[in-house]
Design a protein around this ligand. Structure first.
Ligand code: AMP
Length: 142
């Protein structure tokens, strides 16, 4: 299974903010949309990512004043991305090694979607279930 298979089911929607969006507004978005991260875009270019972890870190360092900080102050700038043709195994490895749970999907500079660890785990379970069913059918047929 490939990243493109996940995107064909969940679609291309990626929630984004600008570098000037406040931490308070980002927290609202994450809560209302029930998501774990937002991508930071400047002029349609991916310039960072802010996840729940970054908000927790900002709160721990700045207390309530963190709500007034902006995305540019708390985002991770070196965003790791993947190609839609990459395998689920490969993105699992990228997420495990990088210790993050969100991976934007980009091809030739164009943002095509975002896969989360939840999407990846779901796809892996589906794949394992199909394999088990196919093996059972093979055994019964034999
Ligand atoms: P997460 O596990 O996705 O909540 O993120 C943990 C940390 O990794 C946070 O500091 C995020 O900003 C950062 N992060 C999340 N996704 C990525 C990514 N694709 N590339 C680089 N850093 C990321």
């Amino acid at each position: 299974m490939f990243v493109s298979d996940i995107l064909s089911r969940k679609g291309a929607l990626v929630h984004t903010v600008t570098p000037g969006t406040s931490v308070g507004q980002i927290a609202q978005q994450l809560s209302v949309r029930r998501i774990g991260s937002v991508l930071v875009l400047d002029d349609e270019q991916v310039v960072g990512i802010v996840s729940e972890r970054d908000l927790v870190r900002a709160l721990a360092s700045h207390g309530a004043a963190a709500l007034e900080l902006e995305a540019r102050n708390v985002m991770t700038r070196d965003v790791v991305t993947c190609d839609p043709d990459e395998s689920i195994d490969r993105v699992t490895e990228l997420m495990t090694r990088g210790r993050f749970r969100h991976l934007p999907v980009v091809r030739r500079g164009e943002l095509l979607g975002l896969v989360s660890i939840g999407d990846v785990v779901k796809a892996r379970i589906e794949e394992a279930t199909h394999e088990t069913e196919a093996l059972k059918a093979y055994i019964v047929a034999g």
